[in-house]
Every structure is written in structure tokens, then in C-alpha cells.
Design a protein around this ligand. Structure first.
Ligand code: COI
Length: 348
């Protein structure tokens, strides 16, 4: 792969102890172009802006998809990637749904690996921080009619990040707006899903909540996911999470959590989960924990949920399962916990 390096890295100027989420980008990016029905050889070059034509199809009709991944450093100093195969799979499922070309797994993996190898000095050393990797693809053809673009760019850039949420999160269960419905694009990691979430999220923020908890589009009764993460509820001895139904993002951290919990012999129930079940469990004192999962969020505690005029408040400092899950996932990423699932990929 052709690699053009910056003359002088900015890494020595970074205060790794105070990392905001997503505001600092590293020195380089990867770019590959799709044209004439095929991907052309990608390259790594200094981070820069793109020239965009006013008729760029992505800007008008939204052919734009992305992934979120993380690289960390093993205790022995080797950069580590987490579940790359699952991210390629999801990126390509998003591509198919948005009528965009898929990316060969080997091309995706090589691009991420080479970029992380080059930017390894940017991987934050402290626990809970990581190098966030943002692979994305967008249409680049200039055309004003509605049809799939014939040209695309696949780009990867990276950001050293601290935790997405530094304190427990409060949620408002939505009872007016809808994120996704079966048959829609809810399962795709496409830009428009996030654009559509902004106004409801702003209303929830104005009402004093951190995030929206999305509900089913018919009755606003069944829980789907939170704006930035999938969601889990510990009720009695069981752990419940909404079943994937085509309208919920197939979270890779969600899948990791389910596998970890099941390997510990715990019962995880993936089901149509109603808010009434959660409210009832809370009334009976059986709702022990609520937490979200995501690449950016890892495992984030939830301490408040509002649904219409009802409100649940939980003491997340008493949670036992969620902090352990977070420690296991963070531990696997840095080699402190054995990777018995074979999820990590060393960038030697
Ligand atoms: C991620 O967790 O990687 C995401 O893409 C969520 C995004 C809202 C930061």
C-alpha cells in the first residue's frame, strides 16, 4: 500500500490525560475510490479535506454509511483491534441496504491494520481510552436525479478518545418520534439514521435527559435501542435485551456482552421487551441494573428512565454486572483478561 507520511507528527502536542470524544484526529487517513464497477488501490496520506461538488449524491440523497471500531494497546505494547470481521460484515450489510458497493474483507482489514500500525503512537495509554477508528463510505458522483451513485470513496480516519459517557446516563423513552420500523433502514449504520435522531434528542436534552430511548413505531410500547447504544436490563437473575428485528442496530458490543454473559452461565433473554415489563419490575424491586452497550459507549450505566409521566431512578453505584462486563471488555482489549473468544487481532 502506498503510504505518504506527514512531515511532522502532531502526537507530542496531545494531552492524553484529557481526551474529549471525537475532537482530535490523528495525522493520517486511508482513502480508496470506487469507479467503473471496482475498488481501486487504497492509499494512506496526511489527513486532509475533500473537494466536494455541489451535486455530490451523498449530500442530497444520503448514500453514506460508517462503522465505529477501537484499537487499544496490549500490555506488551502491541496495537490490538477488536472484532474486525464483525465490523466488515456490518459495514457490508449497511452497503447492501443503501445500494452501495461492498468492500472485500481483506481490503478493509489491510486498510485498518496499516493505518493503526502507522498511528500506533496515538493509541492512548490509559484504561478506558482508545484509538477510535471511523471507516466510512460515501457517494461521490455528481448527479441531481435520484439513483445510486456509480462512484464512492471509502475513507478511514482515527481519533484518540476518552470515554463517550463519563457519568451515568438518563433516558427518555420516546412516545412521539420514531427511529426505525421493520423494513426500513434501522439496521444499517447510515448517516440519515443519526440525522433523524437529532431533533428528538434535542427535545429530550431540553427536558433534562441525556438520550432518547427509541420505542417500536406502532404502539411506543416495545423498547428498541438508545441513540448511541443498545440496551440491557437486569431483572431478577435474568438479563433482557430487545431482540434484533431488522429495526435495531446489530451492535457488536451487544453481541460480545451476550456471549460473555452466557459463557458465565447467566440467562440472557433476547425478546420483544415492553416498557411495561420494565416499569413493573421496578415497582416490585426486581429491576437491578440498566446499561447500554456500544463501541463508543462500551458499557455505560443508565440511572434514570422516563416514560410519559412515569420515572424510574436507579442507583448505578450499586450495579454489579455492568461494571464487570466493562472491565472484561476493556481487559480483553489490552490483554489483561484472556481473549477466550478470539476477538482481538494483533497489529504486529
Ligand atoms: C459507535 O459506538 O461506534 C457509534 O458509531 C456510535 C456513535 C454515535 C458514536
Amino acid at each position: 500500500m502506498k503510504i505518504t507520511k506527514v512531515k511532522k507528527s502532531r502526537v507530542s502536542k496531545i494531552d492524553f490525560k484529557h481526551l474529549p470524544f471525537g475532537q482530535i484526529c490523528t495525522d493520517h487517513m486511508y482513502v480508496a475510490d470506487y469507479e467503473n464497477g471496482q475498488w481501486h488501490k487504497g492509499k494512506i496520506l496526511p489527513l486532509s479535506t475533500f473537494d466536494i461538488h455541489p451535486a455530490n449524491l451523498a449530500l442530497h440523497y444520503g448514500q453514506s454509511i460508517f462503522e465505529g471500531m477501537k484499537a487499544s494497546k496490549h500490555l506488551d505494547g502491541t496495537p490490538m483491534l477488536f472484532r474486525v470481521d464483525k465490523h466488515v460484515e456490518r459495514m457490508n450489510a449497511s452497503a447492501v441496504r443503501m445500494c452501495m458497493p461492498t468492500i472485500p474483507a481483506a481490503m478493509f482489514t489491510e486498510a485498518v491494520t496499516e493505518l493503526v500500525r502507522l498511528e500506533s503512537a496515538w493509541i492512548p495509554p490509559q484504561e478506558g481510552s482508545a484509538l477510535y477508528i471511523r471507516p466510512f463510505m460515501f457517494a461521490t458522483e455528481e448527479y441531481v436525479g435520484v439513483r445510486p451513485s456509480s462512484k464512492y470513496k471509502f475513507v478511514i480516519f482515527t481519533c484518540p478518545v476518552g470515554p463517550y459517557y463519563s457519568k451515568p446516563v438518563s433516558l427518555r423513552a420516546e412516545s412521539q418520534y420514531v427511529r426505525a420500523c421493520p423494513g426500513g433502514v434501522g439496521e444499517a449504520k447510515t448517516a440519515g439514521n443519526y440525522a433523524a435522531s437529532l431533533f428528538p434528542a434535542k427535545e429530550a436534552n431540553d427536558a433534562g435527559y441525556d438520550q432518547v430511548m427509541w420505542m417500536d413505531p406502532y404502539e411506543f410500547k416495545y423498547i428498541q435501542e438508545v441513540g448511541t447504544m443498545n440496551i440491557f436490563f437486569v431483572i431478577g437473575k435474568k438479563i433482557y435485551t430487545p431482540a434484533l428485528n431488522g429495526a435495531i442496530l446489530k451492535g457488536i458490543t451487544r453481541d460480545s456482552i451476550i456471549q460473555i454473559l452466557r459463557s458465565q452461565g447467566r440467562e440472557v433473554v433476547e425478546t420483544d421487551l415492553s416498557i411495561n415489563k420494565v416499569l413493573k419490575a421496578h415497582k416490585k424491586g426486581k429491576l437491578k441494573e440498566v446499561f447500554g452497550s456500544g463501541t463508543a459507549a462500551v458499557v455505560s450505566m443508565v440511572n434514570k428512565i422516563a416514560y410519559k409521566d412515569q420515572q424510574i431512578t436507579l442507583d448505578s453505584s450499586k450495579y454489579k454486572i455492568a461494571p464487570k462486563l466493562k472491565a472484561i471488555i476493556d481487559g480483553i482489549r489490552v490483554g489483561k483478561v484472556e481473549d477466550s473468544f478470539n476477538w482481538t487481532h494483533r497489529v504486529d
